[in-house]
Design a protein around this ligand. Structure first.
Ligand code: AMP
Ligand code: ZN
Length: 113
């Protein structure tokens, strides 16, 4: 499949990986929007949040829990952080393999742009 993040999971393209288990991999964003900007993705290809099924509920929970673990590890948990998942064009999605952004190390504005 011609998917950037599937290639990254397969190690066909390089990444700065910060966490990996059987189901999930996390790596530093190539164009960081904050001092900490890490992407947490399922290893299995799911194109958008609209493609989730009931069976994926635990997997999405795993993404969120992984974000918490990494936030603690990199030292942004107490100050705070933001997690974002973009869906389709209006959501600002550019890579069509679902991913959770973990952003921290600076104050975040609200509302988002
Ligand atoms: P989104 O716009 O929500 O789909 O987010 C896609 C993210 O993937 C962007 O923040 C990109 O900077 C990031 N990205 C694209 N290519 C790579 C790559 N090869 N390694 C790491 N991050 C990437
Ligand atoms: Zn993929």
């Amino acid at each position: 499949m011609d998917c950037l993040f599937c290639k990254l999971v397969a190690r066909d393209i390089p990444a700065d990986i910060v966490f990996e288990d059987d189901d999930v991999i996390a790596f530093r964003d190539i164009a960081p929007q904050a001092p900490t900007h890490i992407l947490i993705i399922p290893k299995r290809h799911i194109s958008t949040l609209n493609d989730l099924t009931e069976e994926d509920c635990a997997l999405v929970g795993r993404l969120q829990f992984t974000a918490q673990k990494i936030a603690k590890e990199v030292g942004i948990a107490d100050d705070g952080y933001r997690v974002v998942m973009n869906c389709n064009e209006d959501g600002g999605q550019t890579v069509y393999h679902i991913h959770m952004h973990l952003l921290g190390g600076r104050g975040m504005a609200w509302p988002p742009g």
